[in-house]
Design a binder for this molecule. Structure first.
Ligand SMILES: Nc1ncnc2c1ncn2[C@@H]1O[C@H](COP(=O)(O)OP(=O)(O)O)[C@@H](O)[C@H]1O
Ligand SMILES: [Mg+2]
Length: 276
């Protein structure tokens, strides 16, 4: 992928449906202690009518521009909810999230969509590729929607696919690709616009360990070279150990912030400590 950064004025489309991402780099971190994403007492309660689930019970974290942070914890502890609320995909019940110095509480849904479109990339399993489109068409779609000329969009999509190891497969449709290859297309699509923040929810979950390692090499390189910020939920210790920092969660709260080189135990991740 080219390291150049393009600037576009408008990119109004729905990131929920299309995992679109944006062009602009981020500037205002200086007045925010260097943090690009920060939450303060973040709470999220799901109210399904009959029951209430307190998925986040007061999470305060700070992520610096250019950091690669892994979020780990037992199933159901609130990791996906944390990514969804930090990125503005889902509403906040209490507390606040600041993204590049802007409080998400003060933004309309359209403004949040706009921030996501311009500044965020999503590598989420539920962001399905469009089945009727070829791999290269899936990857170039966010560029076309942002007004990049078709020829340029095709060139950048092809470069991105080559970068994730899919050279020669540009014209396959998702059904003609393996799970791992599809996930690489999703990653290419999430990163083609050079977003400032990349959110990953188990981005290597469907990949074998070699492919997973290659994808992590790629994400780490982008993090280093483009100073992109990565926040990655993962169960995989091999993925997490590549991060600058690991934040563990337990039962809707931050459990620990682990320094580099320190990994959580399998007992913790499998939740077998919960009953102790
Ligand atoms: N849309 C939802 N409606 C109701 N409860 C939810 C919803 N999404 C998640 N939850 C609940 O919130 C808690 C945290 O879920 P989640 O953030 O998905 O955890 P994790 O990603 O760590 O497995 C769980 O108890 C889960 O059942
Ligand atoms: Mg989850």
């Amino acid at each position: 992928m080219e390291a150049t950064i393009e600037v576009t004025k408008t990119a109004h489309f729905d990131a929920q449906n299309s995992a679109m991402i944006g062009f602009e780099t981020w500037s205002g971190e200086s007045e925010n202690n260097g943090s690009i994403v920060r939450s303060n007492g973040l709470k999220k309660t799901y109210d399904t009518g009959r029951t209430k689930v307190e998925a986040l019970k007061g999470v305060s974290i700070s992520i610096k521009k250019g950091e690669m942070v892994a979020i780990m914890g037992p199933s159901g502890c609130g990791k996906t909810t944390l990514l969804n609320t930090l990125s503005g995909l889902d509403s906040i019940t209490e507390g606040d999230v600041m993204v590049d110095g802007v409080s998400l509480n003060q933004l309309s849904d359209n403004e949040k969509t706009d921030i996501r479109a311009k500044k965020m990339g999503f590598i989420f399993q539920f962001y399905n590729l469009l089945p009727v489109l070829e791999a290269v068409e899936n990857v170039e779609l966010p560029l076309l929607l942002s007004g990049v000329k078709p020829k340029e969009a095709r060139k950048r999509a092809e470069q991105m696919l080559a970068l994730v190891g899919l050279k020669g497969m540009e014209h396959q449709r998702p059904a003609e690709l393996s799970g791992g290859q599809r996930q690489r297309v999703t990653i290419a699509r999430a990163l083609v616009n050079n977003p400032a923040i990349v959110w990953g929810d188990e981005p290597t979950g469907d990949l074998d360990s070699n492919t997973s390692q290659e994808i992590m090499d790629l994400l780490c390189r982008l993090n280093r070279e483009n100073n992109q910020t990565f926040v990655i939920v993962t169960h995989d210790l091999n993925v997490a150990k590549r991060a600058h920092r690991i934040i563990t969660m337990r039962n809707g709260r931050v459990h620990e912030e682990l320094p580099p080189g320190v990994l959580p135990t399998m007992e913790f991740l499998e939740g077998s400590m919960e009953n102790q």
